[in-house]
Design a protein around this ligand. Structure first.
Ligand SMILES: [Zn+2]
Length: 349
């Protein structure tokens, strides 16, 4: 699997380098042209890629990923693609030449590579493509497969969801999802481990061991965060018929360095990604409210608008004297927006 990851990295980097060279000479490259050139003129002489036991689809997917990376960059959803380094996010994708790959249980037969055992059991189904990655010393398999939608009966019709930095999410119904305490603890430990790393000789065995400890803790932090986000998004989608979320321009916000750390923390992007697939699964309508809609500045009771500084935690309306927690007021405004956008649903209750 390391060999496959190496080939994937080599191909991706070759593609990126060639892309840049073509661009500099005034041409407009794309990943399909690069893929074709690579297959016809470069790959035939690279005997180590054609070795027995290597899935030849790896290089194709590497070009597809490069194409996606550039598309994200052009669509302003990501940074300019960077060269891959050995040992950093090692990964590759394979398929079975378009044929469905059976998965299920705790063993899986990877195309070309062969049988591997998995720690977690998979549902019995098929998939078309597998992505294998190495995170903190362990290998992970990810794939997509089709499932039936499971619409749930909803307790509430409308809900507005305000995503925060201090709290994970505030619902207009008054329910609050806080950031897990374990996250704070793990982060404290992380800075301790990082301090210890500076005392070790670079390249030594102790240094490497410490590095692995750090990446394992990074993985744990990511998992804690993801788990909390999953709990919130599942609750929201199972219990509400219409969900209104702010359409945050995360990439724009990340440029504001002061806020950047806190925002990537609150993982708005991941929250939205989960909502987007769970609304389909549980039969929910989702409304992304324009990011210029003044959800924070508006009074959720009378509609009056006033400026709010970042430090103001409570909204106090000067017109109707309505008082509410800043996040709750914003969530209520998002709910009101949803009511106006999808009014017919209110009749059904
Ligand atoms: Zn008011």
């Amino acid at each position: 699997m390391s060999k496959h990851a190496g080939i994937s990295r080599f191909t991706y980097n070759w593609g990126l380098e060639t892309w840049q060279a073509l661009y500099r000479s005034g041409l407009k490259p794309n990943h399909l042209v690069l893929k074709k050139f690579f297959n016809n003129h470069v790959k035939p002489v690279l005997t180590w890629i054609k070795e027995k036991g290597i899935c030849q689809k790896v290089t194709e997917f590497a070009f597809d990923n490069l194409g996606k990376a550039f598309k994200n960059f052009f669509d302003k959803r990501g940074n300019y693609p960077r060269f891959k380094k050995k040992g950093f996010n090692d990964s590759f994708s394979i398929n079975a030449g378009g044929k469905p790959i059976p998965i299920g249980g705790t063993r899986i037969k990877l195309p070309t590579i062969g049988w591997v055992s998995t720690y977690e059991g998979l549902p019995h189904t098929t998939t078309k493509k597998l992505t294998i990655s190495k995170i903190a010393g362990d290998w992970y398999i990810s794939c997509s497969y089709e499932i039936e939608a499971q619409p749930t009966s909803k307790k509430e019709t409308y809900v507005g969801v305000d995503l925060g930095i201090k709290t994970l999410a505030t619902l207009s119904t008054g329910i609050i999802f806080i950031n897990p305490k374990a996250l704070k603890k793990a982060k404290k430990k992380l800075s301790k481990l990082q301090r210890q790393l500076t005392l070790k000789v670079k390249g030594s065995n102790r240094y490497k061991k410490q590095k692995l400890r750090i990446s394992k803790l990074h993985r744990r932090i990511a998992n804690i965060r993801k788990d909390a986000t999953h709990k919130a998004t599942t609750f929201i989608c199972k219990n509400h018929a219409v969900v209104a979320l702010e359409d945050l321009n995360t990439s724009g916000m990340l440029k504001n360095h002061k806020l950047a750390g806190a925002i990537s923390d609150a993982n708005f992007y991941e929250f939205r990604r989960q909502i987007e697939y769970k609304v389909v699964r549980y039969g929910v309508q989702v409304i992304f409210v324009d990011r210029f809609y003044p959800s924070t500045k508006k009074c959720s009771n009378c509609g009056e608008i006033k400026p709010m500084s970042l430090s103001e935690r409570v909204y106090v309306c000067e017109k109707c004297h309505h008082t509410a927690d800043r996040d709750l007021n914003a969530a209520k405004n998002l709910e009101n927006y949803a009511r106006l956008a999808k009014p017919c649903l209110d009749v059904e209750g």
